[in-house]
Write a protein that binds this ligand. Structure first.
Ligand SMILES: [Zn+2]
Length: 365
């Protein structure tokens, strides 16, 4: 019905102005045409760097000319391609699929969502029915509720400030004193403007195939194991393990740095990480940051998460509010492992989420 109205409005507009440039202002955002780019793909140079891990496995990272959010992993099989994580917007996923042609002309057949977070999964919508989008059933449930996503502390918290940043950058460009400074600001402005357009065109899209514990894909002669080791960064973290190559893609479940914890199961995450020790991997391709091989990073993250959970528990027991607890948390003793921790205090979304989790546990969840 809505679509019919849009067409009708266009028809009337066309009769008056002899052209119709797009949907009426009140029309819903529709999926892009299969053969055209979605809004927000304009960029000054390549958006992705494809770092070869082997002949046919790549860690794709953003260059900064386009907002792409997370890293992705490209697995080129005998006849097709698997992409682990679809990036932050339909625009970012579309550009990935375009730039991918530099390294392969095989068709994309699988997309794996390591978890539901927008910076990893909001590119899903550009893929057609020939692509199987695979994720945990928790991820399926989350991405099936777009309104819930848009209103969530994570999505709203990370993207709500974008229009303001664009306004700010526009003002800075206006008042820039020299040409070099102005050019740098204009480049930043383009990235943020395109990001804003791309966010507006996003329809969270759930996986077409979901699972709970493990799922193995046999693609040509390659075995690809999708593994859920329990709740951690979210309720449905999936890792992608290639036993032959001893490579594992870990999403945000296991990162070289400190992860975002606003949707975390802090109480279960260290145990879920413990099970990672059973896997015979050599190289970790994380959802953020560079590849690494140091297995001791498991210990570092377990210690950090355990300390955080226990400090939050103590503060809550003392009757401290979640917001005040965020200011009082002190994780500076983990600075050797995480040099970014330079002072006490943590993102209040972490303590708010932890308090929520403690309520869930008290209620038997
Ligand atoms: Zn995440």
């Amino acid at each position: 019905m809505r679509r019919f109205q849009t067409i009708a409005v266009c028809f009337i507009a066309a009769a008056m102005a002899a052209y119709c440039t797009g949907p009426a202002p009140d029309a819903e955002v529709e999926a892009p045409e299969a053969d055209g780019p979605p809004p927000g793909t304009l960029r000054s140079g390549p958006a992705f760097e494809f770092n070869a891990i082997t002949d046919d496995i790549y860690h794709a990272t953003g260059t900064g000319t386009l907002s792409v959010g997370s890293n992705s992993v490209i697995i080129i099989n005998e006849d097709d391609v698997m992409i682990v994580d679809s990036h932050i917007t339909p625009a970012a996923a579309y550009v990935l699929s375009e730039e991918l042609l530099e390294i392969t002309d095989k068709p994309i057949r699988y997309v794996v969502d390591t978890h539901f977070h927008f910076d990893h999964a909001h590119g899903n919508q550009i893929f057609g029915p020939e692509v199987e989008i695979i994720g945990h059933e928790f991820t399926h449930a989350m991405l099936s509720d777009p309104q819930g996503i848009f209103e969530s502390r994570t999505y709203a918290g990370f993207t709500g400030g974008v229009p303001g940043q664009v306004e700010n950058l526009r003002a800075q460009v206006e008042s820039a004193e020299d040409a070099e400074e102005r050019a740098a600001l204009e480049a930043q402005l383009q990235v943020q403007e395109q990001y804003m357009l791309a966010l507006d065109a996003t329809n969270p899209t759930p996986p077409t195939l979901s699972f709970t514990d493990t799922l193995t894909v046999f693609a040509g002669d390659r075995e690809i194991r999708l593994i859920h080791h329990g709740r951690g960064h979210t309720g449905g973290d999936v890792m992608v393990f290639l036993p032959e190559e001893r490579i594992i893609a870990t999403g945000d479940f296991f990162l070289p740095g400190t992860p975002y914890m606003g949707d975390a199961y802090l109480d279960e995450w260290p145990d879920s990480l413990e099970r990672l020790r059973e896997i015979d991997f050599e190289t970790v391709l994380p959802g953020h940051g560079p590849p690494f091989t140091d297995r001791a990073r498991i210990d570092a993250l377990q210690a950090y998460l355990g300390d955080l959970w226990s400090q939050i528990g103590d503060l809550r027991e003392q009757g401290v509010s979640a917001e005040e607890a965020a200011e009082r948390i002190d994780l500076t003793s983990h600075q050797d492992n995480y040099p970014n921790i330079t002072s006490p205090g943590i993102d209040p979304r972490v303590t708010i989420r932890a308090y929520e989790r403690m309520d869930e546990i008290a209620a038997g969840g």
